[in-house]
Write a protein that binds this ligand. Structure first.
Ligand code: PNS
Length: 176
């Protein structure tokens, strides 16, 4: 008997890179670019909970716009969104590979738990891609924090995110 479930063999090398992307950072872009070289196609999917009040800085539409612009140069990457369980999205899209980025050992425990749960809930595999060490300290929450005080984030996010952050915090004055 084959060890690999038939469904995994037949769904092709198309992966899903899920996340909140509030907003997408250079670390995310690094993982996505690496994934786009490995897989035939990668869908970057903004996961949102339509029933939960959003605590995000950017609306779903804004996050999708930023992602569209930031990924335009990657021909085998598309952008999507889903409000629900990731495994339901995977099933709906007939995808079986999830890509997640790892920055440091501290990410591992959380990611391991989610990967195991997702495999239990659905017929999916999670592939981890290590972001380059120069991005190991970058997170969307830190980026939001820096930008909210009028700090410079151009080095750690793609241009589309930097522009959107500047617009969002246009009224913030930095002390002399
Ligand atoms: O960028 P993030 O916030 O680390 O991404 C986490 C995300 C959105 C991928 C994860 O929370 C998720 O998959 N949410 C969708 C709901 C779901 O499937 N939850 C169960 C995971 S076990």
């Amino acid at each position: 008997m084959s060890k690999t479930p038939k469904t995994l063999e037949t769904r092709g090398m198309n992966a899903v890179f899920p996340g909140s992307f509030d907003p997408i950072t250079s670390g995310h872009m690094d993982v996505l670019t690496r994934a786009s070289r490995i897989f035939d196609h990668v869908t970057v999917t903004v996961m949102h909970n339509a029933r939960k009040r959003s605590t995000h800085l950017f609306s779903l539409e804004e996050r999708l716009e930023i992602l569209e612009e930031a990924t335009r140069h990657l021909p085998n990457v598309s952008v999507d969104s889903f409000g629900g369980l990731l495994v339901d999205y995977m099933r709906q899209q007939n995808r079986s590979i999830i890509v997640r980025g790892l920055r440091a050992v501290s990410d591992y425990e959380y990611e391991l738990q989610i990967a195991h749960l997702n495999r239990q809930l659905g017929d999916v595999e999670t592939v981890f891609i290590m972001a380059a060490t120069r991005w190991s300290f970058v997170s969307s929450s830190m980026v939001r924090e820096i930008a909210s005080y009028g700090g410079e984030v151009d080095e750690i996010v793609p241009q589309a995110s930097a522009r959107a952050l500047r617009l969002k915090f246009a009224d913030v004055q930095r002390p002399e």
